[in-house]
Design a protein around this ligand. Structure first.
Ligand SMILES: C[S@@+](CC[C@H](N)C(=O)[O-])C[C@H]1O[C@@H](n2cnc3c(N)ncnc32)[C@H](O)[C@@H]1O
Length: 236
């Protein structure tokens, strides 16, 4: 799975997707699960943005953003619904939401460089009403709560690769999600590391599957499947 496209390939793909055999309860730990890695990524991307105006990677590609916005439109999510983008990275999805008309959006990321980059991109786009916070989702410091919609595009994947007790970190993720999302609120997750069945298992407590969003399929060697899972859960 590539960072840049739903069904792509490439150097990042080999590193990013399931690395060899999964460990007993998760994946082989990787630098991709560490804050140091993301700090370095977004420091580089910030510099590229400042020098060349390059906004950097759109994880899972443009279509992954459009898919989520289409779902929100189809389900008549009000434009003033509060939306939280968990691990917003360069914040490009926030820009997409704001351009669509959503007016109550917040992006968090534990990398200060990511938040700085998001702020610069948002400013360049001339958008002003997007909230940004440096926040570790596993250790929330502020009173973030009551969101109608939470979005995750690749963040749970990254957390699942953390070399330091990823199982516990995944549990903490579910706790934080329960804390910030209101009852009946929706959680939209896009993942290349977890299958639909695995995600159903990870989010079995306090969440139920609302809808599975169609993602591109691949076929290889007589087998076919999806390289990306995109699911909508509702908090019970
Ligand atoms: C694969 S990138 C995806 C970025 C963005 N969601 C996108 O779709 O372009 C994973 C992001 O999660 C962030 N992240 C990882 N662990 C986090 C945590 N515990 N709290 C907040 N952000 C985290 C990283 O800094 C990075 O921006």
């Amino acid at each position: 799975m590539s960072a840049g496209a739903d069904a792509g390939s490439g150097a990042v793909a080999a590193e990013w997707s399931r690395q060899g055999s999964p460990a007993k309860d998760g994946f082989v730990p990787s630098v991709l699960g560490t804050r140091e890695h993301w700090d370095a990524v977004y420091e580089r991307e910030l510099q590229a943005f400042q020098e060349y105006g390059d906004t950097g990677e759109i994880w899972f590609g443009e279509e992954s953003m459009k898919r989520l916005v289409r779902w929100m439109h189809k389900h008549k999510i009000p434009l003033d619904a509060s939306v939280l983008d968990i691990g917003t990275g360069n914040g490009v999805f926030l820009v997409e939401l704001a351009k669509f008309g959503f007016s109550n959006i917040t992006g968090i990321d534990y990398s200060p460089s990511a938040i700085q980059l998001s702020g610069s991109i948002i400013e360049k786009e001339g958008l002003s009403n997007i909230k940004l916070e440096v926040e570790d989702f596993l250790n929330l410091s502020t009173k973030l709560s009551g969101f109608h919609i939470c979005i995750d595009k690749g963040t749970f994947d990254a957390i699942s690769l953390n070399p330091d007790n990823a199982v516990e970190k995944r549990r903490q993720y579910v706790k934080s999600l329960s804390r910030v999302l209101e009852v009946k609120g929706f959680f939209l997750i896009t993942s290349c590391n977890w299958t639909k069945e695995e995600l159903l298992n990870e989010f079995s407590e306090g969440f139920e599957l609302f809808e599975e969003l169609p993602t591109p399929t691949f076929s290889f060697g007589g087998r076919s499947g999806n390289s990306v899972a995109s699911l909508v859960f509702q908090k019970t």
